[in-house]
Ligand binder design. Structure first.
Ligand SMILES: Cc1cc2nc3c(=O)[nH]c(=O)nc-3n(C[C@H](O)[C@H](O)[C@H](O)COP(=O)(O)OP(=O)(O)OC[C@H]3O[C@@H](n4cnc5c(N)ncnc54)[C@H](O)[C@@H]3O)c2cc1C
Length: 307
């Protein structure tokens, strides 16, 4: 049975499903593509049931169904995603487990990083200021081990929970050793539904200074245009942006996609940029940097869909 016919035949999911959804507003780059379907669960159980049902019918995680966070590190190919994206934005609870010198909390995957930061800032708990200006969700932040030189998700996480690609629930205690630069290998084939975090009570002034530092760095980024954050991981001890500038590609444009003139490790969208052009820019940069510097640049962004 086809994927569409299968899903349409399941009345229990009808109210959670939308069909042929534009991803322009669901990706920070404004990808001009569609997803065949989007499933928006309200509870963790909805996710387990959906994933189990898809798995038992032989549909595969990432090929036929995939997770969408806030789409700030995700490019959808111009041909769109022909499966079903799971949009976790309605799993947005923050629950206190203990709140003394440390605030230990359970945060669901759909909570925005900015929402959590504002709550911590208001109540003077430190540890999450590094996320200032990162437009992602908690689930996406865990999956990507989002961070800056000032801090990483792995430093404030105690455990994560979610389900496997077969729909089996799991909870896993984590340490920093479970994470890599921009990656949480255990989470690669999982659906992350939230995590337990710990933050420390602090002085308001200390927190505000950290946020001011983060803000000053954001001012160097081309935030007035749609983008998907840093294109390449920084190949220590170098900075990808500086390497791109050195090989003369800063400002290079293909169609409506352009390597930013403000910060060369960003590709910006002037309107209806094609992801095909973004991929060509990425390849061009990788080739030139390799040829001139002998350095291989790895991308940070995730790409899904049909070219
Ligand atoms: C202006 C700007 C600035 C940025 N600055 C930074 C920065 O300083 N540091 C940094 O690390 N990143 C940065 N990013 C990139 C991005 O915001 C982070 O990677 C963020 O963690 C992505 O979260 P998301 O919810 O948007 O995930 P998405 O982009 O929706 O998804 C990214 C990947 O994670 C997967 N995923 C998402 N949620 C889940 C889940 N719940 N379970 C399993 N898999 C999931 C998706 O399938 C996809 O493969 C920036 C982006 C922008 C646009």
């Amino acid at each position: 049975m086809s994927f569409d016919a299968f899903l349409k035949d399941l009345p229990q999911f009808h109210t959670f499903l939308s069909w042929d959804v534009s991803l322009r507003k669901k990706t920070s780059f404004g990808c001009n593509a569609f997803s065949r379907a989007i499933f928006t669960p309200k509870t963790k159980d909805d996710v387990y049931t959906f994933v189990q049902t898809m798995h038992q019918a032989g549909f595969l995680y990432t090929k036929d169904f995939h997770v969408l966070g806030k789409g700030s590190n995700l490019l959808i190919e111009d041909g769109g995603y022909t499966g079903c994206l799971i949009d976790l934005s309605k799993l947005h609870q923050i629950q206190t487990i203990e709140k003394k010198q440390n605030w230990i909390m359970d945060v669901q995957a759909g909570v925005g990083m900015g929402t959590l930061l504002q709550q911590l800032r208001k109540e003077s708990y430190t540890g999450f200021e590094f996320t200032f200006g990162i437009p992602g969700s908690i689930g996406g932040g865990i999956r990507m081990n989002a961070g800056t030189p000032e801090g990483w998700f792995s430093q404030v996480l105690i455990s994560v929970y979610g389900c496997t690609k077969e729909g089996e629930p799991f909870t896993k205690d984590v340490t920093e050793n479970d994470f890599l630069y921009r990656d949480f290998p255990f989470g690669r084939d999982k659906i992350i539904l939230g995590g337990t975090f710990v933050f420390a009570l602090s002085e308001k002034q200390y927190i505000e200074e950290k946020i001011a530092l983060a803000k000053s760095k954001r001012d160097l980024q081309p935030l007035q245009y749609p983008n998907f954050g840093s294109v390449f991981k920084n190949p220590k001890p170098y900075f990808a942006g500086a390497l791109i500038e050195e090989v003369g590609l800063k400002g290079h444009q293909l169609g409506e996609a352009q390597i930013s003139e403000k910060h060369a490790n960003f590709i910006i969208n002037h309107g209806l940029a094609k992801v095909e052009n973004v991929k060509q820019l990425i390849e061009l940069v990788q080739q030139k940097v390799y040829n001139h510097k002998g350095i291989t640049l790895e991308t940070e962004v995730h790409l899904i869909g049909k070219p």
